[in-house]
Design a protein around this ligand. Structure first.
Ligand code: FER
Length: 305
């Protein structure tokens, strides 16, 4: 009996391990702290693709029309709860035309408010669209922690396996519940050419994991400082040729002061080895909002065109 109990226990633990399948590591606070402090070794490719955005790019400017940010609540069959996303509708949004949609994902401690909070994604988009540098688009900022309790956890629980597991579970919440809810409610194109996915840190890992494994759903993929939840490159792109053919833009960025840069360096090396075209922008920031704001500025100009 005891042996069966022990076997069952090993079996259950291995299922639990598999549920972090996209996270090859068990996330713990100690591990996360050590990850952030990894030694940074820069190679010759680890340089800027773009200069930082001009001063004021995420400030509100007089005379620039502002979009609206509204809340969408949708039923999720993954969590069994009503979940909330923030939806940016560009200035002049009208049901008489259709818009492409960018799904923009937050970090491990954040929620649906992170991008429009200190990063100010909505203002970056307002300014780019007003300047004709980005096409008018809907930006969906969901809660990427697909758990019945999806609130940002207190500091000491940010790196628990349970919190991290919610980010893996978001894959089917996104594909099967959020995207249909967005497309039912807003005037959005509903094809891969008009759907992009990007994210910061944990959300950057999600964008790579979900975007590259569902090329029928997303034509444009951006990862800003992707975290260790990123699947290993050979798992992300088992068929580099397919990605080369189908993904219109694969955008990867990281700050040269970010202790997680080796995640991106490994992916860049793999993409280069397999001849998969991509942007690799290594800026002078850390694991911070300045890097994410700048890379959203560059990414948003290069999608849907
Ligand atoms: C890790 C797993 C996830 C980690 C960081 C993250 C530092 C995510 C960070 C973020 O979203 O900011 O092991 O190590």
């Amino acid at each position: 009996m005891r042996l069966i109990g022990a076997l069952a226990c090993v079996f259950l633990l291995s299922i639990a391990g598999a549920s972090f399948g996209q996270d090859k590591e068990q996330v713990t606070s100690e591990r996360a702290r050590a990850n952030f402090a990894r030694p940074i070794v820069l190679g010759p490719d680890d340089v800027r693709a773009f200069a930082d955005a001009p001063a004021g790019f995420r400030d509100v400017h007089a005379g620039v029309a502002q979009g609206q940010v509204v809340e969408l609540a949708y039923d999720s069959g993954i969590t069994g709860t009503l979940r909330r996303a923030q939806i940016y509708l560009p200035a002049g949004y009208s049901a008489d035309r259709k818009y492409p949609v960018l799904y923009l994902l937050h970090g491990i401690g954040g929620n649906q408010d992170e991008w429009r909070g200190y990063v100010r994604a909505h203002t970056i988009l307002d300014n780019l669209i007003a300047d004709g540098k980005a096409v008018p688009m809907i930006v969906v900022m969901p809660n990427g922690r697909a758990l019945p309790d999806d609130r940002s956890p207190p500091e000491e629980r940010v790196f628990t396996p349970g919190n991290a597991a919610g980010f893996a579970k978001f894959e089917h919440d996104l594909l099967d519940f959020l995207i249909p809810a967005v497309e039912a409610k807003y005037s959005a194109y509903a094809d891969r050419e008009h759907r992009a996915i990007a994210g910061l840190s944990m959300g950057g890992g999600q964008a790579l994991n979900f975007g590259l494994s569902h090329p029928d759903a997303f034509g444009w993929v951006g990862a800003f400082s992707p975290a260790p939840n990123t699947r290993p490159p050979a798992e992300l792109l088992p068929d580099p040729e397919a990605v080369r053919e189908r993904v219109a833009l694969l955008y990867l960025s990281c700050g040269n002061r970010d202790g997680l840069i080796n995640v991106s360096q490994d992916l860049h090396a793999y993409l280069k080895r397999h001849g998969v075209p991509h942007v690799w922008n290594v800026d002078d920031h850390g694991h911070d909002g300045d890097s994410w704001a700048n890379n959203l500025y560059h990414f948003a100009q290069r999608i849907f065109r």
